[in-house]
Design a protein around this ligand. Structure first.
Ligand code: OFO
Length: 169
């Protein structure tokens, strides 16, 4: 059984992942309104990934006979109002999540919970990918600038993204 502090940290991270899901759903609305359906699809896949991240932690805490506690999910605030500023926020958010996963690993480390640390390894690696993907799209958007054709080409590319349930842990 995990110690209380680690259980609380897991519950907190579940909340952060569910917030991520909610934030990306809010961002999807922006792109639907702009008729950029490929971007909307990218966010839809992101929403499903965040739910999978939350459920991975949820199931692990349950497997370890921890106490699951669901708290309120904050209202998502989309700060940007252009594709570039929205992806700036995505990157900033993923960096924040990386910090939170690192903090969670610190709590597991303090508790000498090797099993939890080994499980969380997947999450810290996933964050490298999450940040790299957001950074690549942001870089492309900056290159595109005001070129509508370029934006539509990227939209078509993002329409091809599909969700594959990750094998966590
Ligand atoms: Fe769960 O990785 Fe993004 O937030």
């Amino acid at each position: 059984m995990m110690n209380e502090k680690l259980q609380a940290a897991f519950n907190d991270q579940i909340n952060k992942e569910l917030y991520s899901e909610y934030l990306y759903l809010a961002m999807k609305i922006y792109f639907l309104e702009q008729n950029l359906n490929g971007f909307a699809n990218w966010f839809d896949v992101q929403v499903q990934e965040e739910r999978a991240h939350a459920m991975g932690l949820f199931n692990y805490l349950n497997d370890r006979e921890g106490t699951l506690k669901l708290e309120a999910i904050d209202k998502p605030v989309v700060e940007g109002n252009t594709p570039v500023t929205i992806f700036e926020q995505v990157l900033k958010h993923e960096k924040f999540v990386t910090e939170r996963i690192s903090a969670l690993m610190d709590v597991a480390d303090e508790a000498h919970d090797r099993a939890a640390l080994s499980f969380l390894d997947w999450y810290i690696k996933e964050q490298v990918e999450e940040e790299a993907t957001a950074s690549t799209i942001l870089g492309t958007l900056r290159l595109i600038g005001d070129d509508k054709k370029g934006l539509l080409m990227l939209d078509r590319e993002l329409a091809a993204r599909t969700f594959t349930a990750p094998t966590i842990g």
